[in-house]
Design a protein around this ligand. Structure first.
Ligand SMILES: Cc1cc2nc3c(=O)[nH]c(=O)nc-3n(C[C@H](O)[C@H](O)[C@H](O)COP(=O)(O)OP(=O)(O)OC[C@H]3O[C@@H](n4cnc5c(N)ncnc54)[C@H](O)[C@@H]3O)c2cc1C
Length: 552
């Protein structure tokens, strides 16, 4: 079985691994085709923080969080804002996914050995009231072992199936076209790429050493999104967000190139919601890059002051960690491609988490001793401290005038005015002491600290920024970082790719980010976070099971 199987799966990221594992369990013979080398199995998920959206979990209940399927579905729909005729399948996928997250998801993952850090994070807090977008309660569950911990059980299942001869793994095979016979997609062809030991995540050679052609009864495409292809991101950038920023960092490796979208379209598939994307505003240039233009996202707690490039405080409720896309829109409309956090040592130590498995060695390596240092040490986690010392976007100073001087030196423009920033900080510090404050950010910090998880490890005790004992002062220039693709191949609830007339293209399926995580955009315009890995798990499992059942 080398060039023929029951099913071809294109892409060995999380969605591809899950689909393959499900097919193999059902006794179907699979060829898993991947353009990168074998050690890269897992795609983006390997690099991920491993945050998963779960609803009414044991971890939430232990922390006193009251969540329900109904509340999560309300939050999801308010956040997605589905408003297009083509949102029919995305909406159905959203309903199915929220039911999965509130139902069997945790037990299914648990059964495969996945465990969670006991403190549940609160992403996308939003602050637009009970009917607005955002998470009403904390739902971001960090996998013990981060991204590699999510990938491991599926990788293991696939490798076992390969050892048993049910799955054939073809690395350095890049699909360039899908073949059809009498309208049915029944194969893939492409180039065999030069083998080599490129370190994971770096751009690998595109030199070709041969060609291949494979045949099967069905093809599942799980080739990821477009975030590493800035040209494509710019071409799809929606007018509602203003003009695409001049400079952006890459939050994903170069293989996230969107190339398979055009290949699937040529085979009859339809791409919808291209203009829906999920990029971050808290990007910092990696001082130790893995891929070109590598940016890391800060997952911030709520206490830093957020300023635009001119030093103006962002309006409520655009506080750190509240509304990713609303903040992106605001920043882009300022005409600049960066903004600033101003904070101090006490805040950075408690409130800065960096997204990425390699930025969290304690969680990734399941090292409890290292993890405890997050709680007891006066400095932040070692990777955060390394950025503070070496990161190009960090400025540290013991006085405010020195801080402002260095901020302006970093951008080469005198855009931050000392007197104005001082008055902003003094006003903020005054509100910290005011029990009946109307300052929305102070109120939001107090509200966050009523949640045990935030009070324990995530939100610093309110204090004066100009209190020297909390120093030094820190400013971080935040850049825009490309990451997730919310639109994609339109699929029905079995993962079948739909053609222009809305009917399935026979033999063709898709899952994961390339399918907008299901339906061509189950997130709508925005995400509640932790929903991407889960989207790969759910849509990969759905497509794998559906194909296994559909084959003769
Ligand atoms: C740093 C980081 C942190 C993240 N943190 C989180 C988080 O905490 N929670 C969360 O939910 N999500 C997170 N994400 C997002 C999540 O990891 C991705 O959305 C998800 O892993 C995408 O998986 P995928 O299988 O759809 O695609 P990918 O992982 O992109 O895999 C696609 C695979 O297809 C291969 N491929 C592409 N084209 C071809 C071709 N023509 N021929 C052969 N092979 C091809 C690629 O080489 C790749 O291996 C994070 C992402 C990153 C980068």
């Amino acid at each position: 079985m080398s060039d023929e199987a029951d099913v071809i799966v294109v892409g060995a990221g999380l969605a591809g691994l899950v689909a393959t594992a499900e097919l193999a369990d059902a006794g179907r013979r699979v060829i898993l085709v991947e353009q990168e080398p074998e050690p890269w199995l897992g795609g983006q998920a390997y690099w991920s923080f491993g945050g998963l959206f779960l609803v009414n979990s044991a971890e939430q209940r232990r922390l006193g969080v009251r969540d329900s399927h109904e509340l999560a579905l309300k939050d999801w729909m308010a956040t997605a804002g589905f408003d297009r005729p083509e949102d029919g399948w995305p909406r159905k996928w959203a309903e199915a996914y929220v039911a999965f997250a509130a139902g069997e998801k945790r037990a299914w993952l648990h059964q495969q050995g996945i465990r969670f850090f006991p403190i549940v994070g609160w992403a996308e807090r939003s602050g637009y009231g009970p009917s607005g977008p955002g998470n009403s309660v904390p739902r971001f569950h960090i996998t013990w072992g981060t991204g590699p911990g999510v990938v491991a059980p599926f990788q293991r299942r696939v490798q076992e199936a390969a050892a048993n001869g049910v799955v054939t793994l073809k690395f350095r095979h890049r699909v360039d076209g899908l073949t059809r016979t009498r309208g049915v997609v029944d194969g893939a062809r492409g180039a065999i790429l030069q083998p080599g030991a490129t370190p994971r995540g770096m751009p690998s050679s595109r030199d070709q050493i041969g060609e291949f052609e494979l045949r099967a009864q069905a093809v599942i495409v799980t080739a990821g999104g477009i975030g590493g292809n800035h040209e494509m991101v710019r071409a799809s950038w929606p007018a509602r967000l203003g003009a695409a920023p001049h400079r952006m960092l890459s939050g994903v490796p170069a293989h996230v190139d969107g190339r398979m979208l055009g290949i699937v379209e040529a085979a009859g598939g339809t791409v919808i919601n291209r203009d829906r994307m999920w990029h971050y505003v808290e990007g910092i240039q990696n001082w130790n890059p893995i891929w070109p233009n590598h940016g890391i996202r800060i997952l911030p707690g709520p206490s830093s002051i957020w300023l635009d490039a001119m030093g103006r405080r962002l309006p409520a409720p655009l506080f750190p960690g509240f509304d990713t896309l609303g903040t992106l829109q605001h920043i882009v409309w300022t005409g600049f491609d960066y903004s600033w956090f101003v904070l101090d040592q006490r805040i950075i130590r408690r409130e800065f988490a960096l997204s990425g498995s390699e930025q969290n060695p304690d969680l990734t390596n399941k090292n409890i001793r290292l993890l405890l240092q997050r709680v007891v040490s006066r400095s932040g986690p070692a990777p955060v401290e390394a950025f503070k010392r070496r990161g190009a976007d960090f400025v540290v100073a013991s006085t405010l005038d020195d801080l402002v001087r260095r901020m302006n030196a970093l951008t080469g423009e005198a855009r931050i005015d000392l007197a104005r920033l001082e008055s902003e900080i003094t006003a903020r510090d005054r509100e910290v002491d005011n029990p009946s404050t109307g300052d929305q950010q102070t109120l939001a910090i107090r509200a966050a600290r009523r949640y045990l998880g935030d009070r324990l490890i995530r939100v610093a005790r309110p204090h004066h920024l100009l209190d020297r004992s909390a120093g030094p002062l820190i400013a971080v220039r935040l850049r825009i970082l490309t990451r997730k693709t919310l639109g994609g191949l339109q699929t029905d609830l079995s993962g079948r790719v739909l053609g222009a007339d809305g009917s399935p293209v026979p033999g063709l399926y898709a899952a994961g980010e390339v399918a907008g995580f299901g339906g061509g955009g189950m997130h709508g315009y925005r995400s509640l976070e932790g929903t991407f890995l889960g989207g790969c798990l759910f849509s990969g499992r759905t497509a794998g099971r559906a194909v296994a059942a559909a084959l003769s």
